[in-house]
Design a protein around this ligand. Structure first.
Ligand code: SF4
Ligand code: SF4
Length: 458
């Protein structure tokens, strides 16, 4: 496609009766786009590349043209669609309410089925992504040697002799993303009592990768909830939210996980299901839609009862991000001073996916001594985006560097974000810059201020 010009395609036809089917997209969703282009300046790939075909408007045009049969699904079209981070910044920017994710996600499933798929994931990456990462126990086991090496200082030694440089590219990237791992809390009791008068009963979704990389955040979330008068139920049989699979066009495994979580969390009455990772939260809140696709999928081998999407809807209606829930509840004021200059990065699946912007800032602003400064391009994706780091390393790298430059410009001591992927990606590029800036979840700061236990620099 030529730079800064719309893809040269036949003009779209206005259809009185929109065709259905095709790549499994509700055709009406295409018609919501009026081609105004107000979304382009919010799109990270357009900001980096300046090409219409790498903008939301360009991609909608391409997907519709393929659906209409006006454009062949060739490698160039695939390339523009693969580069999309599914960050949903275009949805926030769009005045016409275009639901871009409901276009790109089913279209990607169509792309995967249409083949041949240019496979940018090696077998080891696929194995780690789909057979290790979604299982909290396997992730903990995988990270145990790394945690031990960090503890005894062996990682610094290996770094000094340049061993990580000999690793294959993908493993090197994973190594670079590894944060300083805190000790895992082990197994928490299934029920944690409320501190003082009980104000709510909640379930805690602990996730898989987030729990392995940042166990302290789950522990701090549970403690913050208790401190705020919540009895916390931690269902032991909960599973991965399915986001990794879904965003990699593996819809059926994602649907199976959604069905399992809907059942597990319905076993006990709760006021809310609490999640502290934006990517998981956005996925959990979409279970009704995900499971309705299972019920009506023409490709599905086994028939799925229509009670399944209803259970998914009921579950999704209870899901709350921790910041959203605490602000609704009325948070207990933190007492201890945490004297930090800090910025807050808006994780895409929190600000664009769930429209949560104000609540994490409100929690941070309650902390005595913490000065929250504005961050330039705070809503532009940091390049983490699930497995995007592995599938599109060059663009992920550009966006990671861009984000960290914006953070460093503010001369801060801390950056907060409500998503594990963002914290891994931002941490990686801060370390590349030899920066000591603390990258953490807002809940870690809130717990520090409640407890007076300040995190030690690592
Ligand atoms: S989801 Fe993000 S990367 Fe994709 S088109 Fe929208 S703004 Fe651009
Ligand atoms: S997605 Fe929305 S903002 Fe972007 S071109 Fe279409 S109508 Fe305009």
């Amino acid at each position: 496609m030529s730079a800064a010009a719309p893809p040269v395609l036949n003009p779209p036809t206005i259809r009185p009766t929109p065709p259905s089917g095709g790549p499994g997209i509700d055709y009406q969703l295409f018609l919501d786009c009026v081609h105004c282009g107000l979304c382009t300046s919010a799109c990270p790939t357009y900001l980096e590349l300046g090409q219409e075909a790498d903008s939301p408007r360009g991609r909608i045009y391409l997907m519709r043209a393929v659906t209409d049969g006006r454009l062949e699904l060739n490698a160039e079209v695939r390339r523009h669609l693969d580069l999309c981070l599914d960050c949903r910044a275009c949805e926030s920017a769009c005045p016409s309410g275009v639901q871009y994710s409901k276009l790109i996600e089913p279209f990607r499933i169509h792309l995967a089925k249409a083949g041949p798929v240019p496979n940018r994931l090696r077998w080891i990456e696929r194995f780690l992504l789909f057979h290790v990462t979604p299982f909290a126990g396997r992730m903990r086991a995988l990270l145990a040697p790394a945690r031990w090496m960090q503890k005894v200082g062996l990682d610094h030694l290996l770094e000094r002799i340049g061993l990580p440089r000999l690793l294959p590219r993908s493993l090197r990237q994973m190594h670079e993303m590894l944060p300083r791992l805190k000790p895992h809390y082990g197994r928490l009791p299934e029920i944690l009592p409320a501190e003082g008068r009980r104000r709510a009963r909640v379930a805690l979704f602990t996730g898989c990768a987030a729990d392995a990389f940042f166990p302290e955040t789950n522990l701090n979330t549970a403690r913050v909830l208790q401190k705020n008068g919540c009895e916390v139920w931690i269902p032991p049989h909960q599973v991965c939210c399915g986001a990794l699979h879904y965003h990699a066009a593996q819809e059926e495994p994602a649907q199976r996980l959604a069905q399992m979580n809907s059942e597990v969390f319905s076993a006990s009455q709760v006021d809310a299901v609490i999640v502290n990772a934006a990517g998981c939260g956005a996925m959990l809140k979409d279970y009704g839609h995900l499971l309705s696709r299972a019920a009506f999928s023409r490709d599905s081998q086994k028939s799925v009862s229509t009670s399944v999407p209803a259970a998914g809807e009921r579950f999704a209606a209870k899901v709350r991000d921790i910041s959203e829930f605490l602000i609704e509840l009325g948070p207990v004021k933190p007492q201890h001073s945490l004297p930090l200059r800090a910025v807050y990065h808006d994780a895409c699946h929190l600000c664009h996916g769930q429209q949560i912007r104000r609540q994490p800032r409100q929690l941070l602003e309650m902390i005595p001594g913490l000065e929250l400064l504005p961050l330039h391009e705070t809503e532009i994706c940091c390049g983490a985006a699930g497995s995007y780091n592995l599938t599109e390393p060059e663009m992920a790298d550009r966006l990671g560097r861009r984000k960290v430059q914006n953070i460093l410009q503010m001369n801060v001591q801390a950056v907060f974000a409500g998503n594990v992927g963002c914290l891994l990606q931002i941490g990686r590029y801060l370390r590349k810059e030899k920066s000591q800036v603390w990258a953490a979840h807002p809940i870690d700061a809130l717990w520090a201020s409640y407890s007076g236990e300040f995190p030690k620099p690592t």
